[in-house]
Design a protein around this ligand. Structure first.
Ligand SMILES: [Zn+2]
Ligand SMILES: [Zn+2]
Length: 131
């Protein structure tokens, strides 16, 4: 099954390079790395393809990162529909949850525990500790 979807993707999305690697990763602008042995191969490769199609490169704020992850899953869903492949919804939720947790941890002030805000330059500021 893994080969079938991979072959289809290689033929359909000839503008991208698909390379076996240790984990799933999109490297801007054209390379998609995948782990051929991952049980969630279908969902994960379509997610990375989503990043590729949307030309995701880097982000400055963490919210932006979360939005990119969601957008990549939405795109993956569209591609999956067109190919008759199923995306594992639990996997999507777990993945987005892990980004939400990450965001929460990153935004927490280490001195007072309050949620900080991030300015467009990527820096975090605590409304309590910074005046
Ligand atoms: Zn992603
Ligand atoms: Zn603080």
């Amino acid at each position: 099954m893994v080969d079938t979807l991979l072959e289809t993707l290689k033929k359909t999305y000839i503008e991208f390079n698909f390379r076996a690697g240790k984990r799933f990763l999109f490297r801007f602008p054209k390379t998609i790395y995948f782990d051929p042995n991952d049980p969630e191969f279908d969902s994960l490769i379509l997610h990375e393809l989503g990043h590729a199609i949307l030309k995701h490169n880097n982000y400055t704020t963490d919210i932006e990162r979360l939005k990119m992850e969601r957008a990549a899953w939405d795109e993956a869903e569209k591609i999956a529909d067109s190919l008759g492949v199923k995306i594992n919804k639990n996997l999507v939720e777990d993945d987005l949850d892990s980004y939400r947790n990450w965001l929460h941890q990153r935004s927490k002030c280490k001195k007072c525990g309050l949620t900080r805000y991030q300015t467009p330059d990527g820096k975090y500021h605590c409304p309590n500790c910074e005046r």
